[in-house]
Design a protein around this ligand. Structure first.
Ligand code: ADP
Ligand code: MG
Length: 699
């Protein structure tokens, strides 16, 4: 058995008790597990501060100086010991609340000490409670580590006496007694090319750093390795999928596509749209099933890409469907696509929950007979009653509302799975996307159609409401329409509902009939009523839409020019960005007004400022990722990406990109990892498989 696979019981100082505690708290069973239990913090013990530098520090610090005065202060029935500690720049109090008799009688006055502790600030002054103290003479005579490692811990470990010192000693003993245990897991070419240190050196220095420089190198090496193996597994799975899952061959681009492209397209496609259509076109011709994610900011023109992809399907005698999350959206897409399709004699139909049986029957029949080319609808499209003659391409808009399971339900209806294109307007950073959506290829529209006016975004607090309302009146005079959105967050739904209603009343007072007409929309309304209100707004019969976030997804009213978001500090960044995307869809200059109270948390401030500063969904997604961590980004919960031991998807994106590139390069030239130089990869992958590490999710 490999030395590393032995239980930690074999280590000095670890008995059954500690073993079972470490196992239950952190899953540490073998020596291998222990070695991959990394510190989450390091304290540099080579760095000394002067007392006059301490006031803004919150971490552990080290200073050299002498005690000039010792006193006990009695306060009711509690007492504390205070020492004035001085260096050449100033003085600070050291405080003991416990054990001060013993401490007091052992401390030497006017003798140099090294003290180590955490700064505590109390009523405008700072002190150091319960510092570690060592005479400078003794400090100098000992060989010592440069860093104190701080490991993750739990209440249980602390209470059972497994302190940081005990943990440190376990590693110290281990590395003292062993050397060269770790097989190198990265090929020479990568180590040299990226200037990475060996695995042995990295693991040793992550636990017992010799210097700042080596610590940084160790972290880089181990983070890279973690990303590299994540990526290489994703890429291998991708290759397997591509080789395995057969799909319909759309061999050519025919007259429907060409006709539309040359004669009926009313604008020039952006370069990004052209590139993406080419990527899709290529996938469709390979004979393997396409599984592609199309990311594009709100308004980047995904619909036309979807439509033209469907034309390729029709050119090859296959049907297509477009699935969207809401009834309103389905209707909008239907109207738009029906108009485009009419020009080239393509048959389009719609099926949603509210379309009754009688209307459905002929649609279902024609669908079965292949007389309908494009079917648009909500999730009703995956119902059993809906049977295509030959579904070749399924497009899913606003991906986050549909899970993988729902996606695959579309497959059952075919001999082969249809090609799948998933479109999302919630951009996530590319690095995260390629890690999360290991099972999807990714296309990105990173360019808006020309001539778009940038939406002007401003932040206003409640005291400016009057001037905001006046501004809205000006816009309405110019025949524009306005959204005013209130938050609705489930846990406080009742209160939010009241906010909405109060808001609605106050708005009705400021914008009275007959001059102004309002629509109101909220989640409690019946679908029928919602649609009625939405239609009135879409048709321009009302000028102001007061609503909760139900209007968030996809709704298109090009004449709307102002989006007011109430209590905007309560929204997440991606939601704010989605909401803002409801305006700026026409030719008019559009505005987004973020209303807040006047007290904001630092995070809220950053969110609001980010919105004011940029319109770019990818930049916003980046900030969002950094603020919330990958855990809260859509789709990460079930993915296992969170279980990374040392790398951080948000903070280490550059390394992630490097790892992706390196992994791709290796597989491109050696798909089955047969080269001698790549045996270390094959070996490590086999190990990962056997240890059933964190990677299960990829499949
Ligand atoms: P989204 O990506 O948010 O779904 P849409 O597909 O709804 O965006 O497109 C937004 C608007 O931009 C639509 O009115 C569409 O007709 C228009 N549009 C799309 N592509 C172009 C282009 N290349 N040039 C000009 N306008 C375009
Ligand atoms: Mg859209």
């Amino acid at each position: 058995m490999n030395e590393l696979q032995k239980s930690i019981i074999y280590l000095n100082g670890v008995g059954p008790n500690r073993h079972s505690l470490l196992k239950s708290e952190f899953g540490i069973d073998t020596i291998q597990d222990l070695i991959h239990f990394f510190p989450n913090r390091y304290i540099d013990r080579t760095k000394f501060y002067k007392i006059n530098q301490l006031s803004n520090l919150t971490s552990e610090i080290q200073i050299i100086g002498s005690i000039t005065n010792l006193r006990t202060i009695q306060n009711k029935n509690k007492s504390r010991l205070i020492a004035s500690f001085q260096d050449e720049t100033g003085s600070i109090d050291l405080i003991w609340f416990r054990g001060h008799k013993w401490i007091g009688s052992n401390l030497k006055l006017n003798t140099p000490y090294v003290i180590f502790g955490k700064i505590n600030s109390f009523k405008n002054s700072i002190n150091i409670p319960h510092p570690e103290m060592e005479l400078l003479s003794s400090f100098k005579s000992k060989k010592r580590v440069s860093f104190n490692t701080i490991y993750p811990t739990t209440e249980k470990l602390i209470n059972s006496g497994i302190t940081q010192n005990i943990l440190r000693k376990m590693f110290y003993d281990f590395f003292e007694s062993q050397s060269k245990l770790f097989r190198e897991s990265l090929p020479r070419s990568i180590l040299n090319g990226l200037n990475l240190i060996s695995k042995d050196l990295a693991l040793k220095n992550i636990h017992l750093p010799e210097s700042n420089d080596l610590l940084a190198k160790a972290q880089k090496r181990l983070k890279f390795e973690e990303f590299f193996y994540l990526q290489i597994q994703i890429l291998i799975k991708n290759n397997e999928r591509k080789n395995k899952i057969k799909g319909y061959v759309f061999s050519h681009v025919g007259t429907f596509f060409k006709n539309f492209f040359h004669q009926h397209l009313s604008f020039n496609l952006t370069d990004a749209q052209v590139r993406v259509i080419k990527e899709i076109r290529k996938d469709l011709g390979t004979g393997c099933q396409m599984n592609r994610l199309l990311q594009g900011d709100v308004g980047s023109g995904k619909t036309i890409v979807a439509f033209m992809s469907m034309l390729i399907s029709i050119d090859n005698n296959y049907q297509s469907c477009l699935m969207v999350p809401t009834e309103i959206l389905a209707q909008q897409h239907y109207k738009l696509i029906k108009n485009l399709a009419a020009k080239i004699n393509v048959k389009v139909a719609i099926i949603t929950g509210s379309i009754n049986k009688n209307k459905r029957i002929p649609i279902l029949e024609n669908l079965k007979l292949g007389k309908i080319d494009i079917l648009i609808g909500t999730h009703t499209l995956i119902e059993d009653s809906i049977i295509f003659k030959n579904l070749g391409l399924a497009i899913i808009d606003e991906q986050h509302r549909f899970g993988v399971a729902q996606r695959s339900r579309l497959w059952r209806k075919n001999i082969l799975p249809p090609h799948i294109l998933v479109m999302t307007a919630t951009p996530i950073p590319r690095t995260l996307a390629m890690t999360l959506y290991g099972d999807l290829d990714i296309s990105i529209i990173d360019e808006l159609p020309p001539g778009r006016k940038i939406i002007k975004t401003v932040h206003r607090d409640d005291s400016k409401r009057l001037s905001v309302f006046n501004f809205i009146k000006e816009e309405i005079k110019m025949d524009r329409q306005i959204y005013i959105v209130y938050p609705l967050i489930e846990e406080s739904e009742k209160m939010d509902y009241k906010d909405l209603m109060d808001g609605y009343e106050s708005i009705s007072r400021s914008f009275p009939l007959p001059e102004y007409k309002l629509s109101i929309l909220n989640g409690r309304m019946k679908n029928k009523d919602k649609e009625y209100e939405m239609k009135r707004f879409i048709n321009g019969e009302t000028q102001i839409m007061v609503s909760t976030t139900v209007i968030e997804v996809g709704v298109n009213v090009p004449n709307a020019s102002v989006m007011v978001i109430e209590s905007s500090e309560r929204f997440g960044l991606s939601q704010l960005h989605q909401l803002r995307g409801r305006v700026g869809r026409g030719n008019n200059q559009s505005y987004c007004i973020l209303m807040t109270g006047n007290k904001l948390s630092p995070d809220s401030k950053l969110r609001i400022n980010t919105m004011v500063k940029t319109n770019n969904g990818f930049e916003i997604a980046d900030v969002d990722l950094k603020l919330r961590g990958p855990g809260n980004i859509m789709g990460t919960q079930q993915s296992g990406v969170l279980n990374l031991k040392i790398a951080d998807i948000a903070k280490d994106q550059e390394l992630l990109v490097l790892a992706r590139k390196s992994a791709k390069k290796i597989l491109d030239s050696d798909e089955n990892l047969e080269k001698t130089s790549n045996q270390c990869i094959k070996h490590t992958l086999a190990e990962i498989e056997t240890f059933k590490n964190i990677w299960n999710y990829i499949s």
